[in-house]
Design a protein around this ligand. Structure first.
Ligand code: ACO
Length: 150
């Protein structure tokens, strides 16, 4: 997989990343709401303990702030010989950092994690406008997404 130019580094999400603008990076994607540092750390700790082996968040750090992020959620199944699949979620790159292959690097990193934890495939939902990006990352159109809001 491709390497990142200096000063960018790809690494797992850390509990100190609230202060490095992790949520601002996610805001590129969607509405986040008012999340305090305490709330962030509670969720982070949940994922690292009860959710161990399930939640893998990666970030791209430029040395001062988080400029890109993405997550792999691991699902263990009964079907397909007790198969494991990965869900790709929350891929987000700061607006002024888009088009520098950072998104692609996030996906490549999550692919490596998926293979290492035994996923036989990863799946994701995206808008039509992101289809070309994911196609360049090796994805092709799968099944239709259905949603039921509560
Ligand atoms: N249309 C066409 N091609 C694109 C697009 C696009 N919208 N976006 C990226 N590409 C191409 C690039 O040109 C590049 O091609 P190349 O390898 O031939 O040079 C390749 O895809 C990789 O692009 P990156 O530079 O790695 O993409 P970037 O870092 O800008 O990240 C991303 C792409 C994550 C979609 C970014 O634009 C973003 O954060 N958008 C807003 C949030 C969002 O919509 N996230 C995806 C939600 S879906 C989900 O999370 C499962």
């Amino acid at each position: 997989s491709s390497s990142l130019p200096s000063p960018y580094k790809v690494r797992p999400l850390e509990r100190g990343d609230y202060g490095k603008g992790f949520l601002d990076c996610l805001r590129v994607l969607t509405h986040i709401g008012d999340i305090s540092e305490k709330q962030f750390i509670e969720r982070y700790e949940f994922m690292a303990t009860q959710g161990k082996g399930t939640y893998y968040f990666v970030v791209i750090d430029d040395g001062t702030r988080i400029v890109g992020t993405g997550a792999l959620i691991v699902e263990k199944k009964f079907i397909h010989d007790f198969g494991t699949i990965g869900h790709i979620e929350e891929i987000s790159v700061l607006k002024d950092q888009q088009g520098k292959s950072l998104g692609k690097k996030v996906i490549e990193t999550l692919n490596d994690v998926a293979v290492n934890v035994g996923c036989y495939k990863t799946i994701l939902n995206c808008s039509e406008e992101n289809e070309k990006f994911y196609a360049k990352c090796g994805y092709s159109r799968g099944s239709l997404e259905m949603t039921n809001y509560f």
